[in-house]
Design a protein around this ligand. Sequence first.
Ligand code: ZN
Length: 149
Amino acid sequence: MNHTCPYCGAGWQDENENCESVFNAFLALEFNQPLFYGRVHMLTVACFMIQHNRYSDEALVWMERQLHDFLHEGKSVNQIRARTGREVQQNKRSWRMSRQEGDRCLAKVNWSMNILDVARAYADAESYCTLITRWAELTLHEMGPLLPG
Ligand SMILES: [Zn+2]
């Protein structure tokens, strides 16, 4: 039986599989091989969370900027990580990362690429990183309707 992820639109044949199980498999790969698969870790997490409505409004705005700086301004993961540490420390009391019940409803986005597209297409660490980066570019480009007005 086919089923579709209500958030990112990925289509599944096997009911025991879903975006979360693929995400967990990706994380395991990235943690086990940090110099190869792990290079895009920040992007994997950001794309999954954005496409599955996991981020609070504040986190969406903030993550949009991180993706922009990384993909278009040439900021390195280490630079972003250093800033993340500082800002999360400063913001700890004023905002939360996760979306909660009662938060505003998010617009539906027809994502042109989702986690399953990466899972089906990658063959090795190099193609994995290329696909995750492409996924992040498209997610950044298409996430506008999710941002608070
Ligand atoms: Zn999904």
